[in-house]
Write a protein that binds this ligand. Structure first.
Ligand SMILES: Cc1ncc(COP(=O)(O)O)c(C=O)c1O
Length: 403
């Protein structure tokens, strides 16, 4: 990866205040100029609504939205663009499926114990409202997914396996293809939360044969407040819209509404057109860099960071210790320090920006009586110098503040 070239596309790295180390891409990535320009172009040149008015500006919006949908479908390996519904976040996409299928009492939903609240709270609500049952695949101390525990959790009562593809705590993933095959053998549907996987590796929903795939745009160079859901067409047709209203229906009378076919039925209300267009440009940008190259780059940085942190007294890395299992994520704690204190001091002394706390995965930490961790996450614009400055800063914090 030619990081210097990549950095030229990111305004923060070419600005006067470029002396910073941004290692919080698992929360939100920085945005490249092509994405920002495409969004500005919408507001400057054709700020109209798509899919409704028929004048020339609106027609241009509709064409650009269609193109963005095609780009996202091709990026994910979906057969048809109509299998992609735009949402405002990965959270909304996950909720759409959790709340849009009709569940019967005692049907079971299987997740890991590593789920983001966005793939946990909706199921808790479904448990309360419809009496569904939950089963959790527990993560062993190795920090790796336990396929035998997953097999033991499966039975004919399982209606849905809804799992994080790569989690945002220790960066480990599930063997998606195997999990999907096993789940399908039991007649279960599978939804994957791809918020941390889609930005870093090639995802091919067709090859995986996954039923639903949710992700966020803002973790992969796209605009804030954008996400998307892939669903197999025959399943999308059975899904109740989470939000209903204008733009999602073909005709209504005083006592009836005819919904449009997917994906429009899920996109009621005026949409974030600039966001949709920016999302299309973001996936194009990633495609040009190459997902394989991105994955290798992130891992190389993680290996370097891991070996540096392993040598610092009083710093412990969340299992698994080997970077090869953790892709672009390195979570750690400094003995005797809260992760928030560590993050604030790293920013203060070294302009190193990381994330701290429970990362919206509260059940995982609560079950282990931990109050969180510090998390560094790496992406296409990070280089070895970033890693060294990060490690030097961690070393300084640990030597001065660890108790
Ligand atoms: C694994 C995972 N799932 C879901 C989400 C929620 O994504 P969004 O903010 O797009 O709703 C996140 C965000 O951090 C995440 O890391």
């Amino acid at each position: 990866m030619d990081v210097d070239k990549v950095r030229n596309d990111f305004p923060l790295y070419t600005s006067a205040s470029k002396d910073f180390i941004y290692l919080d891409s698992a929360c939100q990535t920085l945005r490249p100029i092509p994405v920002i320009e495409a969004m500005s172009r919408y507001y400057l040149e054709y700020p109209a609504c798509g899919g409704r008015s028929v004048h020339r500006l609106a027609t241009q919006v509709s064409i650009e939205v269609d193109e963005a949908r095609e780009k996202v479908a091709s990026f994910l390996g979906a057969e048809r663009p109509e299998e992609i519904a735009f949402t405002k976040s990965c959270t909304e996409a996950l909720n759409l499926v959790a709340k849009g299928l009709r569940y019967r009492r005692d049907e079971v939903v299987v997740t890991t114990d590593f789920e983001h609240n966005s793939n946990h709270v909706p199921w808790l609500q479904m448990q309360k409202s419809y009496g569904i049952k939950r089963r959790f695949v527990l993560t062993p101390p190795s920090g790796l997914f336990d396929i035998e525990a997953f097999k033991n959790a499966m039975s004919r009562e399982v209606r849905m396996v809804s799992m994080v593809h790569i989690n945002n705590i220790n960066g480990t993933g599930i063997p998606a293809k195997e999990v999907i095959e096993i789940a399908h053998d039991y007649g279960s549907l599978v939804m994957l939360d791809g918020a941390q996987a889609a930005p870093h590796q090639k995802v091919d929903v067709d090859h995986l044969d996954v039923d639903f795939y949710a992700f966020s745009a803002h973790k992969m160079l796209g605009p804030s407040g954008m996400g998307a859901l892939f669903g197999k067409m025959e399943l999308l047709k059975t899904l109740e819209p989470l939000i209903s209203g204008g733009g999602g229906v073909s005709l209504t009378t005083h006592d009836r509404a005819d919904f449009l076919p997917p994906p429009e039925r899920f996109e009621a209300g005026l949409q974030n057109y600039a966001g949709i267009i920016g999302t299309g440009v973001a996936v194009d940008y990633l495609g040009r860099l190459g997902m394989q190259e991105i994955m290798e780059h992130d891992l190389d940085l993680n290996k370097r960071a891991t070996s540096r942190l392993q040598a610092i007294p009083n710093v412990s890395i969340l299992e698994p210790s080997e970077a090869k299992h953790r892709g672009s994520i390195l979570s750690f704690n400094i003995k005797g320090m809260s992760s928030h204190d560590a993050a604030m001091i790293l920013d203060e002394i070294g302009k190193v920006m990381i994330r701290s706390g429970m990362h919206c995965v509260h059940p995982y930490f609560v079950a282990r009586h931990l109050d969180g961790c510090a998390r560094a996450s790496f992406y296409i614009y990070n280089n070895e110098n970033d890693i060294d400055r990060f490690a030097d800063a961690v070393s300084e914090v640990a030597s001065k503040f660890s108790m």
